[in-house]
Design a protein around this ligand. Structure first.
Ligand code: PLP
Length: 391
């Protein structure tokens, strides 16, 4: 038996375990000091009552023969796919319900989509970015090249037309930088993809955090995307589903590469290796898209975004340059005095009791930068802001 040697090429990802280790050491050395955790990439507010009531009702249905559900529809329940199509339609984007595939989250879809592509493809990744794109590309044996985010380009790298790529991952709003591509910038990526016969994998997991009405929430808002893009999304950050698990992927029927329909291939892949998201969870997910479900989700998002504003304003007042935080729950800032990311992390933790996430953990271009998350309480955000003002 031979193992997948590409899986052995993965470097150990020490980022979050190292952050946790240093936080534990700080707490052991300073048992009475308060820890202000701005390092969390997970939601902290509970599910809305609207959603949990629907879960209970769906669970009740499962205990009666007349309303019991066994295996579900292969692409996910139609009522949920229609609710998601309706969500896109509210912003004028027409997505056919049968182009939507329900899953147990964006991370799984991002990894599973790799099943559709030959190993002999060049993958282009923004740097810094959510590490799953890199790790899953390496595990499936693909070449990876990078487009660097910098202070100058606002951490929104644009295509270099002299470089060829076959698969492009874009994350907007971006984790970790909180930067969001404009319509014009996405249009340029689409024209680059078309010129290269490339596919864009667009991760929209944080689209619900966009405040600026001019910014696109979906790549399908941009002309031409249905011929060259797949979109991955999730209720994890939109409605607090990180522990519940429900996401979706839009694979338009118009997508054809190498003589094959990616929609048909994804349908076949899902039907072969996945037996569907729990009926109870799909009912709860559909409820998120009801007027009362969306109102509850937006209230929580407003809460996180006010935290982001508090944190960002304190950094600005301290003369620290940051991006993000305006249309995303992450504030990405330059370490003061040209410090390296981990040195800045240690200083913030040991002097102020503030835990952030070192930017270098998201890619080499993150060196010298830090991520603060707004997934915290208002009290934590205010307290952290008070300390940051003294930096
Ligand atoms: N995409 C991005 C950019 C993320 O930051 C995350 C989670 O942090 C995910 C996807 C994963 O989402 P899910 O919980 O749906 O797997």
């Amino acid at each position: 038996m031979k193992v997948n040697h590409h899986a052995l090429e993965l470097e150990q990802n020490y980022l979050f375990s190292e952050v946790a280790k240093r936080i534990r050491a700080f707490q052991a050395a300073n048992p009475s000091r308060e820890l202000l955790k701005l390092s969390i990439g997970d939601v902290t507010r509970p599910l809305s009552r609207v959603v949990t009531d629907e879960m209970k009702a769906a669970a009740e249905d499962m205990s009666h023969a007349e309303t019991f559900h066994g295996y579900g529809a292969e692409q996910g329940e139609l009522f949920l796919r229609e609710a998601i199509a309706g969500y896109y339609a509210q912003r004028g984007t027409q997505i056919a319900p049968d182009d939507i595939f329900i899953s147990d989250g964006a991370k799984c879809d991002l990894g599973n989509l790799c099943d559709l592509f030959d190993a002999d493809n060049t993958v282009l990744l923004p740097n810094p970015v959510y590490p799953v794109y890199f790790d899953t590309s390496i595990m499936s044996g693909r070449r990876v090249i990078f487009a660097a985010g910098t202070k100058e380009n606002g951490f929104l790298p644009m295509p270099d037309h002299s470089v060829h790529a076959d698969i492009i991952y874009l994350c907007s709003p971006n984790n970790p930088t909180g930067a969001v591509y404009s319509r014009e910038q996405l249009a340029e990526w689409i024209s680059y993809a078309k010129a290269n016969g490339a596919l864009i994998l667009f991760d929209a997991a944080y689209e619900a955090y966009i405040r600026d009405p001019a910014l696109p929430h979906s790549i399908f808002e941009i002309a031409g995307a249905a011929d060259c893009a797949i979109e991955i999304n999730s209720l994890s950050k939109t409605a607090g589903f990180t522990g519940v698990r429900c996401g979706w992927t839009v694979v338009p029927k118009t997508l054809r590469f190498d003589g094959a329909s990616l929609h048909d291939m994804w349908f076949r892949r899902m039907a072969t290796k996945y037996n569907g998201t729990s009926y109870i969870i799909q009912r709860a997910a559909a409820k998120v898209f009801s007027p009362e479900g969306l109102a509850a989700a937006h209230a929580d998002i407003d809460y996180y975004m006010e935290n982001a504003q508090i944190i960002k304003s304190a950094l600005t007042a301290a003369g620290i340059h940051s991006v993000g935080g305006e249309n995303a729950p992450y504030v990405w800032f330059e370490a003061p005095a040209h410090a390296e990311s981990w040195d800045c992390f240690d200083t913030l933790l040991n002097q102020y009791g503030i835990a952030g996430t070192p930017g270098v953990g998201f890619g080499t271009a993150g060196q010298g930068w830090m991520r603060f998350s707004s997934f915290c309480t208002r009290e934590t955000a205010n307290q952290a802001a008070a300390y940051l003002a003294k930096l």
